[in-house]
Ligand binder design. Sequence first.
Ligand code: GUN
Ligand code: ZN
Length: 427
Amino acid sequence: MPHLLLGQVLYFSGNPLREGLETAHHIRRGAVLVEGGHIAAVGEADSLRATHPTAQIHDYGERLISAGFVDAHVHYPQTAIIASWGKRLIDWLNSYTFPEEMRFADPAHAAEIASSYFDLAIAHGTTTMCSYCTIHPESVEAFFAEAGRRGMRALGGKTCMDRNAPEGLRDTAQSAYDDSKALLQRWHGVDRLGYAITPRFAPTSTPEQLSALGALWAEHPDCLMQTHLSEQTDEIEWVKSLYPQARDYLDIYESHGLLGQNGVYGHAIHLEPRERARLLETGAALAHCPTSNTFIGSGLFDMDGLSRDGAVIGLATDTGGGSSFSMLRTMASAYEVAQLCHRPLHPAELWWLATQGSAEALRISDKVGNLAAGMEADLMVIDLASTDAIAQRHARADSFWEALFPTIMMGDDRAISDIWINGIRQR
Ligand code: GUN
Ligand code: ZN
């Protein structure tokens, strides 16, 4: 039976950062018609009620119906070490991340954390994500099994490292290729799942491993390739010492077959002009991880310049380097980082980045991240007055955007009052 969801509705007909705020559309008394796993129509409540009298009605009143959030870069194995104190990137990896990732050799631990991660992500309104796993194939199995069980559109891949990581957390060039290939063949395109070839970052791969993964990507160019790029200045110095012949950080990936349109590069903060130009030329995607960049002390992403130049940009939690599971909190952080660069992002731009922008970065914007006929039915319902602090500010709002912004700046999982995944209501 079709379902008709009634409430305020927010959807996009373009990218507000590039094409203007008029591409963001708000319907005061709107409706979304869900049939099977897809959205069949979006429009005015009265007219969709009249044309679909037999649909089951879900009246959300003043609440806001939107596409679910899309998290363009997350490490689900770092769920249990989120908010670990006091380190910068390399120390943080060695002190907190690697010891925890070691535990994913145990399939029971991987399954337990995958289940906990998906519970948290969904509670925060995230219905699609692209996750790093660990070097262990078991961690990838756990991720896809859990996403598949929940009917979700999800992307992920085995994180590959064959140096500068502790014993027990290293593969080899050959095993990284073989394991990634086997996992890709097992999961890519199954249900709503997709594989992302995942060298962690240049310092933890030998040139041989990067080449092997570049070769795998050339064999499967429809897969995503995800990695980290130019996150912290001391990381960049280390990278230069490990690859002295490279022109810059991005050149290492490019010279090993790891630069392309289906590439998703996390952070991309301290870019050289040449790297910037190459990223723009290739149409590669950047994953902006603002809570991580402030939490680990990495730097300020150039949202203004990069978006004006036409870069493909998604928004991401980068949990557990990022300090939240919430894309609302991540939008607030993106707003604050952009403010430090004198570019106040409009609520429409922030919302687009957390939904369609991230979906575009992951090359699935024709499937998820927006409300439109034909899109997959992954939706959330937002309470725009979810706490006393938000409610009292919301009560004074004179426009829809003013009513939404307090939830962006102060909202969390309490603002997510309902979730639909693949056309099925979750609570
Ligand atoms: N660079 C390489 N690995 C990581 C990671 O796990 N988190 C972050 N934030 N940066 C990285
Ligand atoms: Zn990351």
